[in-house]
Design a binder for this molecule. Structure first.
Ligand code: B4P
Length: 190
């Protein structure tokens, strides 16, 4: 199996690149952000709980996200592999993901980490906020908090995959096609 962690700060282009990557490599796309927004739209208890954190730009608690992703992996028995988009976002989530995959006799193949300058992140998120209707993209204070939470809680996940020799940084500045080419360059080496 080919299992890719697509990593980066908010607005780095994870969701954008995942669309093209799943098409090329025929992988199952698991975006915790998309799954949480689906729960929110359905007004499920999980969605209503998650909304309290997402609207402030905070992370949803690990136990909620881990249980949710495990259920989704179990539903995909015949998958050739997965793109994990926006997950793991903490070291606890990374450890839980390794355990889930080892139960299925597989493992993460590579972590590709998009690197983007902070002002560009803010510009992209504010730009999307004008069309997406997402509460977390429309308030500069929430965007700043998401980037701060990333630096504090999520960036350490790089050390986790670095220790396993799986971390590959990728320049996330440029056109969508240029960045896609760089990501494929790394994934094709696996
Ligand atoms: P996510 O849905 O993961 O949202 P995101 O970090 O904003 O990234 P996304 O993938 O959507 O954006 P992209 O960079 O592609 O998370 C939302 C919230 O859910 C989190 O804040 C958290 O509360 C919660 N959550 C999710 N997962 C969690 C977890 N594992 N644990 C706990 N909580 C969790 O794109 C941004 C914009 O840039 C788009 O408008 C796009 O068009 C544009 N863009 C992309 N590439 C570009 C390029 N090359 N040039 C110009 N613009 C570009």
């Amino acid at each position: 199996m080919l299992n890719v962690v697509l990593f980066g700060p908010p607005g780095a282009g994870k969701g954008t690149q995942a669309v093209n990557l799943i098409e090329k490599y025929k992988l199952v796309h698991l975006s915790t952000g998309d799954i949480l927004r689906g729960e929110l739209a359905a007004k499920s208890p999980l969605g209503l709980e998650a909304k309290k954190f997402m609207d402030k730009g905070e992370l949803v608690p690990d136990e909620v996200v881990i249980g949710m992703i495990e259920g989704k992996i179990d539903q995909q028995a015949g998958a050739k592999g997965f793109i994990f988009d926006g997950f793991p976002r903490t070291k606890a989530q990374a450890g839980a993901l390794d355990k889930m995959l080892s139960k299925k006799n597989t493992a993460i193949s590579i972590m590709v980490a998009l690197e983007v300058e902070k002002q560009e992140l803010v510009n992209r998120l504010m730009g999307r906020g004008k069309v997406s209707g997402r509460a977390d993209d429309q308030d500069i204070n929430v965007i700043e908090n998401r980037i701060a939470v990333y630096n504090r809680e999520t960036a350490p996940v790089i050390d986790y995959y670095s220790a396993q020799g799986k971390f590959k940084p990728v320049n996330g500045m440029g056109t969508i096609d240029e960045i896609f080419g760089r990501l494929c360059g790394e994934i094709d080496k696996v």
